[in-house]
Design a protein around this ligand. Structure first.
Ligand code: NDP
Length: 252
């Protein structure tokens, strides 16, 4: 197989959580282009309907799944078998100073960003271990490595740091069983999650840009191409890696 051939995913089945919008939708596009059958998993029926229209005629299927519903996650993993590639992308952002975060908000962020990554990895990973073949790609964040500013979101940062360590821990456990586990740690990407700043808060946007050597935010396809690489055999020696894609933010 040639170098470019290793990026192909023909005959493989991939699932993307939060695949109807933002970075997840770009991941769906990349995996489809590489030849995989892709299952879009998302919790909003309206978003799924929109994604269906966008992806009309492609080798894709759609399932409604709230990743925080552990019973539904287990059932879905069973029903979709076999899955070769899992992209744990669903995530939420909240901006609240630490002294004001309520228990409800703390748990909401942890349930989606952290707990669901583990339970989805376990549910889909079991099938991969059985078949001794699989690649899990988690969407972490540069906020899992450093504290971004000026927004205040200790829960988000902590959840992403834990995603990075889940990635390393499961990578170590499953390396000998044919399953690779890696993560992409994006910097600021232009998606609905960041609309609180990019569309309305010029001051925050300017702080982000002036703290980024490249002087710009990223686009969703710039994360999806790394996800595709990690999902594919082109990354066959990589497991437990956290790949930063942040326009240089973390080097300053
Ligand atoms: P978006 O909000 O644009 O997309 C997230 C998708 O996940 C949406 O379709 C959302 O649905 C869905 N989702 C949310 N909660 C659940 C749930 N409980 N079950 C299933 N699906 C759910 O965010 P991004 O594309 O920006 O973020 C994707 C990932 O990238 C997240 O993990 C995020 O933390 C990470 N990331 C993003 C960065 C950025 O700058 N944008 C930077 C670093 C990391 P709905 O919108 O209907 O709620």
């Amino acid at each position: 197989m040639g170098y470019l051939g290793k990026l192909r995913l023909d005959g493989r089945r991939a699932a993307v959580t939060g695949g109807a919008g933002g970075i997840g939708a770009a991941c769906v596009d990349a995996l489809l282009e590489a030849g995989a059958h892709v299952v879009v998993l998302d919790h909003s029926l309206a978003a799924i309907e929109k994604a269906k229209e966008r992806l009309l005629g492609q080798d894709v299927s759609f399932e409604q799944l709230d990743v925080t519903d552990t019973v539904a996650v287990k059932a879905m993993a069973g029903r979709l078998r076999p899955i070769d590639v899992l992209v744990n992308n669903a995530g939420i952002g909240r901006q609240t100073p630490g002294e004001d975060i309520s228990e409800t908000e703390w748990h909401e962020v942890m349930d989606v960003n952290l707990n669901a990554v583990f339970w989805c990895s376990q549910a889909f990973g079991r099938g991969m271990i059985e078949r001794r073949r699989g690649s899990i790609v988690n969407i972490g964040s540069m906020s899992g490595e450093i504290v971004t500013r000026p927004q205040k979101n200790v829960h988000y940062n902590a959840s992403k740091a834990a995603v990075h360590h889940i990635t390393r821990s499961l990578a170590a456990e499953w390396a000998g069983r044919g399953v690779r586990v890696n993560a992409v740690a994006p910097g600021f990407i232009e998606t609905p999650m960041n609309s609180f700043a990019l569309r309305s808060d010029i001051e925050t946007t300017n702080i982000w840009l002036s703290n980024t050597p490249m002087g710009r935010v990223g686009q969703t396809d710039e994360i999806a191409s790394i996800v595709l690489f990690l999902a594919s055999d082109a990354a066959s020696l990589m497991t437990g890696s956290i790949v930063l894609a942040d326009g240089g933010y973390t080097v300053w």
